[in-house]
Design a protein around this ligand. Structure first.
Ligand code: AMP
Length: 225
């Protein structure tokens, strides 16, 4: 019996995975890896990976599996992930999920649960198109739900707020198509393995968080029974 929490956050772009990840990481003191953040950092650095990834990201396509799989396989094998981890934005394809399962199996471990935050396409579009981030530290805002005090300026550090290139209307549509075609099959993948837990992403962030926490508490009880 293990008390490890090897968690995956699944769901369409804009469902609030990043927000939930930040909260869960605090609750359970888990290391958190967001492949989107890792790739954006690589693009900013101008590293080899960043140069290869940028074009795919800007168009809303997925970066090819071979660029991303090793990053995560190496990450989960690191010492700070021994008692668990939270992956946000990985896996996005079945081969990525298989690669993770294989890497974990080699460590005599497995995924504890895949947390699916569901949201319909219309709401995804509304949420993503209103999203703004601060150019300096990435603090997030939303024009409708969480506007800054002064238009276009970060409340926390006064930096300029911008729209991520891939949050622009024409790219959002593509990201949704990619989600349905390449990532959504993972719902069935994890469901058939008994690992899927579903959450209603149209609820408030706090409600979604409470539901996820309750589900994880139940899971731990079941595991220790
Ligand atoms: P995100 O912030 O998770 O929406 O990721 C932003 C972009 O990074 C995606 O649209 C993809 O181009 C790329 N990306 C992030 N994670 C992955 C992944 N696991 N596999 C392939 N591409 C990814």
């Amino acid at each position: 019996m293990s008390q490890e929490l090897n968690l995956i956050l699944l769901g369409p772009p804009g469902a609030g995975k990043g927000t939930q990840a930040a909260r869960l990481v605090q609750d359970f003191r888990l290391p958190w890896a967001s492949t989107g953040d890792m790739l954006r950092a690589a693009v900013t650095e101008g590293s080899d990976l960043g140069l290869k990834a940028k074009g795919f990201m800007d168009s809303g396509a997925l970066v090819p599996d071979d660029l991303i799989v090793d990053l995560i396989v190496e990450r989960v094998a690191q010492e700070d992930c021994e008692d668990g981890f939270l992956l946000d934005g990985y896996p996005r394809t079945i081969p990525q999920a298989d690669a993770l399962a294989e890497a974990l199996e080699g460590l005599d471990r497995k995924v504890t649960a895949a947390l699916l935050v569901e949201l319909d396409d219309e709401e995804v579009i509304r949420r993503l198109s209103g999203r703004r981030v601060c150019v300096t530290s990435g603090h997030g805002y939303h024009l409708d739900f969480d506007p800054p005090k002064h238009e276009g300026v970060c409340d926390q550090d006064g930096s300029r707020l911008v729209q991520r290139d891939d949050d622009k209307a024409e790219v959002i549509e593509n990201r949704l198509e990619v989600y349905h075609a390449q990532t959504e099959p993972l719902v069935e993948y994890f469901e058939s393995r008994g690992l899927l837990r579903r959450f209603d992403g149209s609820r408030s962030q706090t409600e979604v968080h409470d539901h996820i926490r309750a589900a994880l508490a139940t899971l731990r009880l079941e595991e220790s029974a």
